[in-house]
Design a protein around this ligand. Sequence first.
Ligand code: FPP
Length: 241
Amino acid sequence: MIKPKHIGIIMDGNGRWAKLRGRPRTFGHIKGARIAKKIVTAAAELGIQTLTLYAFSTENWLRPEQEVAFLMNLLGRYLKKETTNLVKENIRFSVIGELDRLPNHLIRAVQSTITATQNCQGMHLVFALSYGSRREIVEAVKDVATRVKNGELDVSAIDENLFASHLSTYPAPDLDLMIRTSGEQRLSNFLLWQSAYSELHFTKTLWPDFDRKEFEQIISDFSFRERRFGRVTEQHEQLTN
Ligand code: FPP
């Protein structure tokens, strides 16, 4: 079975899930964090190389202040509680996004989890925190331009690989599979460059109802999808045989 090396998940629908139960949105986020824990473990057990979770987008800062503070605390608590398990499960943790916009307590929690898991050799778990793909691309453009300006890099040496090496996901492989829950069919500024050839899977399931069974089914469906990367079937078969 061809397994996706890198999976990205847009965990959407916490608010709606809570509303359906007449509960505050925060109730949905708490359940959402529990599901995240289960899916992280499942992904590691299934041999996925990299799992990137969209935990907080740059646009999420526009939510009511109380909800933002709640999410920041929840993420901090999650990391503190989960670090030992991540080490046990041999999962290396890192983040992408504008770390400096996060509250200090969360920056500390992030750094401590990164340090504790730095020698883990199993799955790589990435949280996208205060992350926006367009901004990431603009930052990469600035880095490349600065190197050219300083005479370290010749314009003719700029190609897709060089550019990708300036993105925050480097050296993780491109995204093979992007999953979004809750029925929305958008990428919402998540890993736009990295998902150029990725398979997209949209499920109506709200994130708090997502489970290992559905995750495994999506991965199994992926292995039957034919990814030709712009080639015709026969060429693709020659490459993969
Ligand atoms: C979307 O639900 C979810 C988020 C804003 C961020 C994801 C956060 C979690 C799953 C909880 C914490 C995660 C971890 C990894 C500890 P929504 O509020 O947009 O739902 P709605 O679209 O129904 O309003």
